[in-house]
Design a protein around this ligand. Structure first.
Ligand SMILES: [Zn+2]
Length: 181
């Protein structure tokens, strides 16, 4: 890793600690003395995504990140929230220990997390990936969100800004989703 300030190829490690599934290293450039941080993580065996048409494609973290960023465009989310969400999904995918994973499963994982993070981003993402077949299905989903919001006391309803440490915590599912016939 070259120094981001002067491009020099060598640095020394001044601090190193475990973070999540990797190691964070604080480095100091041996030429200009600037400090910078690197993250080292294990690259697990390749993971393939089974697409809807049965084709296989290697899992691409950046592609996932781009899709989620698009859904979250202009939403008031804390810095790093989207990366954290992708980190969580990636870690969970590798924990499954499978060589191939259906794209629909990944879509569901994103949808589930976006729903806890931001309703607008959730609806944007779900409308693409879950392919609400018609406007009625979409409206039904929005009605469900609106009514669950209305039933929740103001203090615990979804806030536009969540402290980032809460983002990774699994939230207990509450049985208040009602479907109207
Ligand atoms: Zn340097």
């Amino acid at each position: 890793m070259n120094c981001p300030y002067c491009g020099y190829h060598d640095s020394k490690v001044v601090d190193s600690r475990d973070v999540n599934d990797g190691i964070r290293r604080r480095r100091q450039c041996l030429r200009c003395g600037s400090r910078f941080t690197t993250y080292e993580r294990l690259q697990p065996a390749s993971l393939f995504v089974i697409k809807k048409d049965e084709r296989r494609e290697e899992f691409d973290r950046n592609k996932l990140l781009t899709g989620i960023r698009k859904a979250c465009e202009k939403r008031p989310l804390p810095t790093g929230a989207i990366e954290k969400l992708v980190d969580d999904i990636e870690a969970e995918l590798y924990r499954l220990g499978k060589a191939e994973i259906p794209s629909a499963l990944i879509g569901d994982m994103v949808i589930e997390r976006l729903k806890r993070l931001d309703y607008i981003a959730y609806i944007r993402f779900a409308s693409v990936y879950r392919e609400f077949t018609d406007i009625t299905a979409l409206k039904q989903e929005i009605d469900t969100l609106v009514s669950s919001e209305a039933e929740t006391p103001a203090s615990t309803s979804q806030l536009p800004l969540l402290p980032s440490e809460e983002l990774g915590r699994p939230v207990r599912r509450q049985g208040r989703v009602r479907r109207r016939k």
